[in-house]
Design a protein around this ligand. Structure first.
Ligand SMILES: CC(C)(COP(=O)(O)OP(=O)(O)OC[C@H]1O[C@@H](n2cnc3c(N)ncnc32)[C@H](O)[C@@H]1OP(=O)(O)O)[C@@H](O)C(=O)NCCC(=O)NCCS
Length: 178
């Protein structure tokens, strides 16, 4: 079966990626309201459905590249996004609802996007990921996909009032996807 535009499937089809829509709001709230999910992220947990609707409308639907990570039932369990840094560098980010952690879904989503994005945006010379030094799960995801751990950037970002050290990862088009 042909994959519709903007949809990326893993084989044998455990997850697939599609644009997020406003009616995903209830699934979005599952992870967006969870302070444990938000721990290493710059955003604060969402506190109401209205706030979630506003966020999806203002930030998600207008985002240059963001896909819901879905299971076979088409319900999002998280999302993955590519953020512009400049003309040749982009940053990858991802988040999953806690119930789905530890099942390989983030690794699969990052692998799918890394394989796809250099074809979709041939101008990209470098895909980056910036990960909190204590976010071991996220670091492992990137290592498993084949990103290179380049180094620790000391006191790089302030997250929820705490100044944090951040690990810089990168993947180049010539790198080998694992
Ligand atoms: C980080 C996150 C995306 C990982 O997702 P996940 O689906 O649980 O990751 P995977 O199941 O693909 O796991 C990949 C590897 O990381 C390991 N891992 C996952 N979470 C871990 C943790 N908290 N501590 C140690 N290892 C962990 C897994 O064991 C696996 O390694 P293995 O195959 O060698 O056993 C998820 O925990 C999350 O959404 N966190 C909140 C948002 C966030 O931090 N996003 C990243 C911002 S940079």
């Amino acid at each position: 079966m042909e994959t519709p535009q903007n949809m990326i499937s893993s084989s044998p089809g455990r997850i697939y990626l599609r644009p997020m829509i406003l009616s995903d709001v209830d699934d979005y709230m599952v992870w967006a309201t969870d302070s444990k999910v938000a721990r290493f992220c710059t955003w604060e947990p969402c506190t109401s459905r209205d706030e979630a609707i506003k966020y999806i409308t203002d930030k998600v639907l207008t985002h240059p590249w963001l896909r819901a990570i879905c299971l076979e039932d088409d319900r999002p369990i998280g999302y993955i996004l590519i953020m512009p840094v400049d003309d040749i560098r982009k940053e990858i980010g991802y988040v999953l609802a806690r119930k789905y952690w530890g099942k390989g879904f983030a690794t699969e989503a990052v692998r799918l996007v890394t394989a796809e994005i250099f074809k979709e945006m041939p101008e990209i010379e470098r895909l980056e990921a910036l990960v909190d030094v204590e976010n071991v799960g996220s670091q492992r995801v990137l290592e498993k996909v084949g990103f290179t751990r380049e180094g620790l950037m000391r006191k790089f970002i302030c997250i929820k009032g705490s100044v944090r050290d951040t690990v810089m990862f990168s993947f180049l088009p010539s790198d080998i996807l694992k």
